[in-house]
Design a binder for this molecule. Structure first.
Ligand code: AMP
Length: 373
């Protein structure tokens, strides 16, 4: 069995992967610029800024994975000359480019909003003429949490949109999707091709950042098998090993894929307490070539992100059934620095917990009081 997993990136996702690996006697090492990153408490960090950092990192582990979606492909290419990476390079390359990602969804007949590639002001005008307005203009590479996006609502914004995003390189123009809610599906594929899927999460955002997720997504019995089918197509096509996330819009015409993340995902943090086996443990199991664990839900769960400022730990922990996860990150506006897991018995208890939480959190974001589970 592999004893050490080397992880590209050293953020909170790496930290939680390593926390899940520890009981299995699996160590993790990390490749990250900053020595005091959230993963540092869990294993050696090899500096991506140091001269022989990559070579030393490659020496440090038996098998490799990633928690950072923008892991440079050049580094991966050096690694894969001697060691294995899960998930595969192809999945990472596709997820780093929205145009390639949409082309893959098309090829696998996973529905997406109509889109066009844009690389000039002329092609932006042509895309607006063909797709109609509104459209969401996005950079093909490098964007995250709604950054690198422009919602074009009227033709007189075309010049402004091009001025803002044009210099960023290749762009994608997508029809604006009218959706009732956003959901995500997370699945894991083992080295023997086994696939296991967690229930859909319903995701709520505030200023483009995930605020909270409810799992299982309410009223999703019909959506679950469809989403499961889509993500299984992706996993099998890519001969994927590890955890994959697919973000989807719920529309009147069914599910539309927005994007995939070739890694564990913020909308899966609920699974640490809420599922028999968490996304982190199953990812580690897959990467290490171990059998996958059950993805069944123990209890309906709500995960609330702590963004920007820390609440008082004693206030959070006084809430009935609440679990607190802090990432050892400094406070900064808009930064994810921890999360809270709530496991209410029913919708009434959830409402009550959310009201209490809204008073405790310095930055309660979009926590509404009428959530149901
Ligand atoms: P993304 O970076 O692609 O995940 O987009 C960030 C957020 O922008 C999504 O979570 C949606 O709320 C919104 N969004 C992205 N693409 C579209 C679209 N084509 N239509 C409507 N809203 C979108």
């Amino acid at each position: 069995m592999n004893k050490t997993i080397g992880i590209f990136g050293g953020g909170q996702l790496g930290r939680m992967m390593a926390q899940a690996a520890l009981p299995l006697n699996i160590q993790c090492t990390f490749f990250e610029a900053s020595a005091d990153c959230p993963s540092a408490a869990l294993g050696t960090v090899y500096s991506s800024a140091a001269e022989h950092g990559l070579q030393n990192f490659i020496q440090s582990a038996d098998v490799f994975s990633l928690e950072f979606e923008n892991t440079p492909l050049a580094d991966v290419d050096v690694l894969t000359q001697s060691k294995a990476l899960h998930p595969p390079r192809q999945a990472l390359a596709i997820a780093q480019n929205r145009l390639q990602e949409k082309a893959l969804f098309d090829a696998l007949q996973i529905p997406v909003a109509p889109y066009k590639a844009v690389d000039s002001l002329d092609s932006l005008q042509a895309a607006v003429a063909e797709l109609g307005l509104p459209i969401v203009l996005k950079t093909a590479t490098g964007g995250y949490d709604g950054k690198g996006q422009f919602v074009l609502r009227s033709a007189d914004q075309i010049d402004q949109a091009w001025a803002e995003l044009g210099p960023a390189g290749s762009l994608i123009a997508e029809s604006f999707v009218t959706f009732s809610r956003e959901v995500s599906i997370i699945a894991v594929r083992g080295q023997n091709g086994d696939v296991k899927t967690w229930p859909l999460a319903e995701n709520h955002h505030h200023h483009g950042i995930l605020s909270h997720s409810i799992v299982p997504a309410p009223n999703s019995i019909d959506l679950q098998p469809v989403a499961q089918d889509y993500i299984t197509r992706l996993l099998n096509h890519l001969n994927y090993v590890g955890v994959l996330t697919l973000e989807l819009f719920v529309t009147e015409k069914g599910l539309y894929a927005n994007e995939m993340a070739p890694r564990v995902h913020n909308s899966g943090h609920w699974s640490i307490e809420g599922a028999v086996c968490s996304q982190f443990e199953n990812h580690v199991r897959a990467v290490a070539g171990l059998p996958l664990g059950s993805t069944e839900v123990v209890r309906p769960t709500v995960m609330v992100n702590i963004i920007g400022q820390h609440p008082k730990s004693e206030d959070v922990l006084a809430l009935n059934g609440a679990h607190l996860h802090l990432y050892n990150k400094t406070e900064r506006e808009g930064r994810k620095i921890g999360h809270i897991t709530l496991m209410p018995n029913d919708s009434r208890e959830l409402t009550s917990l959310c009201r209490q939480l809204a008073k405790i959190l310095p930055n309660p974001l979009a926590l509404s009081e009428d959530m149901s589970i």
